[in-house]
Design a protein around this ligand. Structure first.
Ligand code: IMP
Ligand code: MG
Length: 208
């Protein structure tokens, strides 16, 4: 495992202190409302669990899983629901909890889909945001960390379904995904898709 890791980008302590800040902010913002947290499987499992426990407000939690059709190097934004919410969100206050926003195509689709169900309010909390997310039309109310373009793993995030259980966010050593040192900063979208569909084949892949 150690040799697969290029560097630790965000330590467990920094993750927890930033999540505590976000939780306090969300507590304040939703003080007089009942909040439903919607986690996007699987990447958001860790942040959802820690965020919910850092909050003082009682919250409810539900989960969605989605897959995206892509070229194998990019998510296309054509999304299919693999697991829908268990509950009806009509007139509910909903906060979507995401692990990372890269191109933002998946999140943008998800927000449109959830908005069509008539929630009382709908906001997004993302632990990590990559530079390309700046071009996205989705407003993210709560962001943990703005990071660079390097592919990151750990704390819920995977490469080919591995490394999700690392307690920190790290970058992957280039040899793990077959890149040389010059490819170390290859875009997350490219690797995200390859990670979900090893071999980079064309077709459907789970993007979260
Ligand atoms: P988007 O539609 O391009 O924003 O794709 C977002 C999804 O791609 C995330 O939910 C992740 O599953 C995956 N992803 C993007 N960047 C990374 C990364 O650096 N590490 C792991 N997964 C990533
Ligand atoms: Mg995700």
């Amino acid at each position: 495992m150690g040799a697969d890791l290029a560097e630790v980008l965000i330590t467990p302590d920094r993750l927890q202190s930033r999540i505590a800040e976000l939780a306090a902010q969300i507590d304040t913002d939703y003080a007089d409302r009942e909040l439903l947290l919607v986690g996007v499987l699987k990447g958001a499992v860790m942040v959802m669990a820690d965020l919910a426990r850092a909050m003082r407000l009682p919250v409810q939690m539900d989960w969605m899983a989605v897959s995206s059709y892509g070229s194998g190097t990019k998510s296309s934004g054509v999304v299919r629901i693999l697991k829908d919410l268990d509950c009806d969100i009509t007139d509910r206050h909903v906060l979507v909890v995401e692990d990372i926003i890269d191109s933002g195509l998946t999140l943008s689709w998800l927000v449109r889909n959830l908005q069509s169900r008539g929630p009382a309010s709908l906001q997004v909390c993302a632990l990590l945001r990559k530079p390309s997310a700046a071009r996205v039309d989705v407003a993210v109310a709560y962001t943990g960390f703005d990071i660079g373009d390097a592919f990151v793993i750990g704390y819920g995030l995977d490469y080919a379904e591995r490394y999700r259980n690392l307690p920190f966010i790290g970058t992957l050593a280039p040899h793990v995904y077959g890149g040389g040192p010059d490819n170390a900063a290859v875009s997350g979208a490219a690797l995200g898709a390859a990670g979900n569909a090893p071999g980079g084949s064309t077709g459907e892949h789970v993007v979260t």
